[in-house]
Design a protein around this ligand. Sequence first.
Ligand SMILES: NC(=O)c1ccc[n+]([C@@H]2O[C@H](COP(=O)([O-])OP(=O)(O)OC[C@H]3O[C@@H](n4cnc5c(N)ncnc54)[C@H](O)[C@@H]3O)[C@@H](O)[C@H]2O)c1
Length: 258
Amino acid sequence: MTNKSVSAIYPSLEDRLVVVTGGASGIGASVVEAFAMQKAQVVFLDVQDGAAEELKERLGAMGAKVPVYYRCDLTDIEWLQRAVASVIERFPAIHVLVNNAGNDARHSVDEVTSTYWDQAMAMNLKHQFFMTQALIPSIRRAGGGSIINMGSISWAIPSTDVPVYATAKAAIVGMTRTFAHILGRDNIRVNCVMPGSISTERQKRLWLTEEYKAEVLSRQALKRLILPDEVARLILFLASEDSSAITNQSYVIDGGWI
Ligand SMILES: NC(=O)c1ccc[n+]([C@@H]2O[C@H](COP(=O)([O-])OP(=O)(O)OC[C@H]3O[C@@H](n4cnc5c(N)ncnc54)[C@H](O)[C@@H]3O)[C@@H](O)[C@H]2O)c1
């Protein structure tokens, strides 16, 4: 956390069962940590076993509630469904789903083959639908809950170097609004979070060159990089009962870029 003194405690999140996809690193790891610090029981799915174990150890050492890790390649829908079945067997009533995993690998229009399109959609859109589908009975059993889908401002800026990713992220806004209306009668809220440039370890390693950083800061109203835990704090609010009337919405968190 950048500044723990600004972090709210949400009593409604204590002991809540929370599922986070792509929780081993990046924004997802900050989300896992933020929920663990609220004393929620987090289950996270990822493919990075080493990073997952390190996160669990770090949170345990901090005295937070230790999350449970399931290895799952979310692009494999049968694996996803098996993993969710195991999660539900152990934790029958899930309250919160954070559909976070994604991959913003750069690609030009010319490079996009039919196979690439399918892979990028599988990585950035398809698993969000199937995670939601698989968890609906469990969230109903919990008496309702909150689903938060990770979008992006990429389609709204718009970005020109990630056309398939941006298309998937735009679709997440529509999917969010569709599920919000399908699930509203079950007291399940569905919202989307649209981050701008968030300075995760991967972003710093791959894309955040001095040149790109200067461009980001020139576009943002705030002249500093936005951190993963700042996104996590928005997600905590949307997951908590403090946002009990909020559904069907997409929230931009980008330091004032768009
Ligand atoms: N970082 C940003 O600037 C930014 C901006 C806008 C939106 N987002 C969105 O936020 C979300 C998280 O992004 P991030 O920057 O933290 O990414 P990241 O690459 O740092 O972390 C993504 C996590 O997902 C996991 N993952 C990747 N493929 C997987 C798979 N097939 N199965 C299971 N797990 C898998 C990775 O192992 C990793 O732990 C994504 O949806 C991304 O599109 C990020």
